[in-house]
Every structure is written in C-alpha cells, then in structure tokens.
Design a protein around this ligand. Structure first.
Ligand code: HEC
Ligand code: HEC
Length: 156
C-alpha cells in the first residue's frame, strides 16, 4: 500500500516537473528577425538577464541562456543569425539557430544543450557562413568576451 502511494507520488512529481519544463520552453522569449524589443546592444546581457542579474530583468524581460550582439561596418547588424554547431566551421550537427534582431541582438530563454561545447557561427541573411569561432564554448554570454577581451562579433 505504502509502496504504491510512493510510486504514484514520484510519478506525479515527475510529470509535473516535465510539464513545468515544457511550459518554460513554450513561453521562453527569443529574438526574431525584424524585432526591436531588445536594448543595450553590446552589453553583456547576462549581467542582468541571468544568475546574479536583476529580478526586474529576469521577470519582466527574461532569463537568457544565449545572448549577444552582432555588428556590421561599425554599426549594429540588423539581419542574419547565429548558429551553434558541434564541430568547427559549420561541421558536425546544428545545435541551435538564433535570429539577429534589428538592434543587432540575439537572445533566447530556451534551454539549449551545448553538447559538451558548441562552435558559434555568424550567418548572413542568405544563410551563408560569414565568420566562425574556431574554439568551442559552454558559455552563451557572447558579449562577456566579445567587445571585452576579444573583438565584437561582426560581419565582413
Ligand atoms: C543593466 C541591465 C540589463 C542589461 C545589461 C540588459 N538588459 Fe534586457 N532588460 C533589463 C530589464 C530591467 C528589463 C525589463 C524592463 C524593460 O523592459 O526595460 C529588460 C527587458 C528586456 C527585453 C524585453 C522583453 C519584453 O518582453 O519586452 C529584452 C528582449 C531584453 N531585455 C534583451 C536584452 C538583451 C539582448 C541584452 C544584451 C544585448 C540585454 N537585454 C541587456 C535589463 C537589462
Ligand atoms: C570565453 C570567451 C568567448 C565567448 C563566451 C564567446 N566567444 Fe566567440 N570568440 C572568442 C575568441 C577568443 C575568438 C577568436 C578565436 C577563436 O575563433 O577561437 C572568438 C571568435 C568568434 C567568432 C569569429 C570572429 C572572427 O573574426 O573570425 C564568432 C563569429 C564568434 N566568436 C561568435 C560567438 C558567439 C555567437 C558567442 C556566443 C554564443 C561567442 N562567440 C562566445 C571568445 C569567446
């Protein structure tokens, strides 16, 4: 008797945590082509929209798992996308594709599995590779390095 209660309890817990996960995934905000809802281009988005950030940023904005800014000719870019691959220079398999909005920003609240380390690639509006990061990263806070310890992410 006790055992079957326990099984049902654990099962219920499991199911509710699953649907909570699905809910987070479904409602998670993400950048889209043409969007202008973002702001603070070039700043490290995760200093506010992630662990150690601000409640207001996380609750009214979102919790970003990947976010950053792309540039073109010294201005913020307004099209194209970012891809994450399992191998360098767009090899292996595609982990995730994220559009760049009209403020140059890309961001997602969706939970993305970096699969042990992802290789970021900058993709132009026609879907072609423009630039590729040669090392892999587990860190989705692109602007924590780009524009700080290494040049900004920029189209040729
Ligand atoms: C200094 C803290 C801070 C930084 C840095 C920051 N944000 Fe925010 N963000 C906020 C706050 C606070 C809000 C909620 C209030 C508002 O909309 O201004 C917000 C809201 C947003 C929203 C609005 C969501 C909606 O529902 O309208 C988006 C999108 C967003 N931020 C994207 C970004 C991106 C992308 C970056 C990095 C390029 C970034 N933010 C950097 C504090 C920050
Ligand atoms: C830990 C620091 C760090 C993080 C985090 C990081 N990068 Fe990089 N990135 C670098 C460095 C250093 C280089 C240059 C060396 C290389 O390619 O490995 C680089 C190179 C690049 C390049 C190629 C630039 C060129 O001029 O050829 C692109 C594109 C890029 N990164 C995109 C991204 C994106 C998108 C993210 C977030 C998903 C990201 N990076 C996160 C450090 C980082």
């Amino acid at each position: 008797m006790y055992k079957s209660f326990l099984v049902i309890f654990v099962l219920a817990l499991f199911i509710s945590s699953c649907s909570h996960y699905d809910e987070i995934q479904k409602n998670a905000k993400e950048s889209a082509a043409g969007d202008d809802e973002s702001h603070n281009s070039g700043q490290n988005c995760m200093s506010c929209h992630n662990k150690g950030g601000y409640n207001e940023a996380v609750q009214e904005g979102g919790w970003w798992n990947i976010a950053g800014t792309a540039y073109q000719s010294g201005n913020t870019a307004n099209e194209g996308s970012i891809e994450l691959w399992t191998g360098p220079n767009r090899t292996g398999s595609l982990i995730y594709k994220l559009p760049i909005d009209i403020l140059g920003n890309f961001y997602t609240g969706k939970i993305v599995n970096f699969k042990g380390g992802a290789f970021p690639v900058l993709i132009d509006k026609n879907g072609n590779m423009n630039k590729a990061m040669q090392s892999s990263t587990l860190n989705g806070a692109c602007n924590s390095c780009h524009g700080v310890s290494t040049p900004v992410i920029s189209f040729n």
